[in-house]
Design a protein around this ligand. Structure first.
Ligand code: SAH
Ligand code: SF4
Ligand code: F3S
Length: 468
């Protein structure tokens, strides 16, 4: 049994990163006829981790079910970025408890992901939620089959607060046949003062470019049309390895493999080099879409957040990208109500939004995370005031997002159709090169292909169109 520890999670550069191949158990008779139900919260990192969990479980005989009542194993892959995730997850666990009590007393309930890395969560489970059988952390995912085999009668905790290894030789059961996530780095060393990720995901450690390129090449051979390079901070790629190439060079080499669409997420304004902008501008198969989190438009607040750039530096970078990358769409993340944010600070955020006219923004009210420096900062703004700021911000963000979408009406654009539309089961849905969601009148045979789509209507958060 191993429990997480925030003081250990805070440590950096104590030990060398270990690179090793996972020892994956492949024996379908181990859990033959057993079913699992998997629920995923959080960012793309978690979505991709869930693709690993699926492969690990199916290697040892499990099949997936979408009905909780039929499951022998329920796994919740959780997110810790904001406090409200806690209530959602524990609400869901209550439903699992009910199933265990009334339908299947042998049900195994497991919790993993970033919440598992929070000592307060593990302590709470240990003392109050004894019906949870297994808790495993973000560093321990590949050990899942062994953990299930070893499971004792009491809750088993396997949550390491290590700086982190790089485990290779993993297989994923990817959700899509054409769109794939590829981890290029794990963890984060930025320690923005509000953020829990450096504690839940460990230190920044890059995979070798050789392994990344090998994985991308294989994906192309398998018919994948879109690859998204994944990391909390992709442009810091390679900085932890003396002999590695830069992110710009990696991006270039991936693009040169000839995959039709190459994307990356997320980029921090701090490490965004001119070389990167040039590479994005030069290669047609690197998509002209950049998620560039602003967080706040006030340099004073940015400093308190530990973001390492000022409002002016952000705007300069923004202008440079817009000038060099044709038709680039830029989206952002913004936090309102950071401790000490005044009405003046907030107005600066609104001004930056007005100036940049983002294609879209994810907006959040600051949420206090245990163990982060911002937890201790004095905060005298009421929740009501923060909600009001969020509302004003969203009005502005939505206005520009609609304006951008309206520019598409009448144009024909390329869309990778990957889903049945949520709005109309007779339609397909997919994303433009600039990451706009489009609901498309198209024949089912267009599924998983890149189609020319004529845009007929614009809404704030999506477009409608038909195959041209
Ligand atoms: N690595 C990414 C961020 C991942 S978290 C980056 O640096 O851009 C996604 C977003 O959640 C962040 O950009 C931030 O806007 C928001 N977020 C993170 N911690 C938060 C907190 N404590 N309260 C509110 N929002 C938060
Ligand atoms: Fe969190 Fe900052 Fe790292 Fe992003 S860069 S994951 S916001 S600490
Ligand atoms: Fe959430 Fe962990 Fe991602 S906290 S946002 S799932 S890295």
């Amino acid at each position: 049994m191993k429990m997480p520890n925030l003081n250990e999670a805070r440590i950096r550069n104590k030990s060398e990163v270990r690179y090793y191949d996972a020892d994956i158990i492949k024996n379908p008779s181990l859990f033959q006829n057993k079913k699992y139900y998997l629920k995923t919260y959080g960012c793309q990192m978690n979505v991709h981790d869930s693709e690993l969990i699926r492969a690990l479980l199916e290697n040892v005989g499990f099949t997936e079910t979408d009905k909780m009542n039929n499951a022998d194993l329920i796994i919740l892959n959780t997110c810790a970025i904001r406090e409200n995730a806690h209530d959602k997850v524990f609400g869901f666990l209550g439903r699992c408890k009910h199933i265990k009590k009334t339908i299947n007393p042998n049900l195994v309930i497991a919790l993993c992901g970033c919440m598992a890395q929070e000592p307060t969560v593990c302590e709470e489970i240990q003392s109050k939620y004894k019906y949870i059988d297994l808790v495993f952390g973000t560093h321990n995912i590949h050990e899942l089959p062994r953990l299930l085999l070893n499971k004792m009668n009491k809750t088993d905790f396997e949550v390491e607060s290590i700086e982190g290894d790089v485990v290779e030789g993993l297989e994923y059961k990817r959700d899509s046949k054409v769109q794939a996530w590829v981890n290029i780095m794990y963890g984060c060393d930025k320690f923005c003062t509000y953020c829990i990720v450096p504690y839940t995901r460990g230190k920044q450690r890059s995979r070798t470019s050789e392994k990344i390129l090998e994985e991308c090449k294989k994906l192309k051979e398998d018919g994948y049309k879109e690859v998204t390079l994944l990391g909390q901070n992709v442009n810091a790629y390679g900085k932890d390895l003396s002999q590695e190439i830069s992110f710009a060079e990696l991006l270039k080499r991936v693009a040169e493999l000839g995959i039709e669409r190459v994307r990356f997420v997320t980029s921090h304004p701090w490490d965004f080099t001119d070389e990167m902008i040039d590479v994005i501008a030069k290669y047609d198969n690197i998509m002209p879409y950049i998620h560039l989190p602003l967080q706040s438009g006030s340099s004073r607040i940015l400093k308190l957040m530990g973001r390492r750039y000022t409002k002016e530096e952000y705007l300069d970078l923004y202008d440079k990208i817009k000038a060099k990358v044709k038709n680039a769409a830029i989206t952002t993340d913004i936090i309102v109500g950071f401790p000490g944010e005044t009405e003046e600070d907030f107005k600066e955020t609104l001004e930056v939004v007005e100036r940049c006219k983002f294609d879209g923004a994810f907006t959040f009210i600051f949420s206090k995370r245990v163990g982060t420096p911002a937890e201790k900062l004095p905060d005298d703004t009421s929740l009501e005031e923060k909600e009001e700021r969020l509302h004003r911000l969203n009005e502005l963000v939505n206005k520009y997002s609609l304006e951008h979408n309206q520019e598409y009406v009448g144009k024909t654009v390329k869309v990778l159709l990957t889903d049945v539309s949520e709005k109309d089961a007779n339609q397909l849905a997919g994303y433009t090169e600039t990451m706009k969601l489009v609901n498309v009148k198209a024949d089912k045979s267009c599924m998983n292909t890149i189609c020319d789509v004529k845009i007929t209507e614009a809404k704030s958060f999506s477009l409608n169109g038909e195959v041209d």
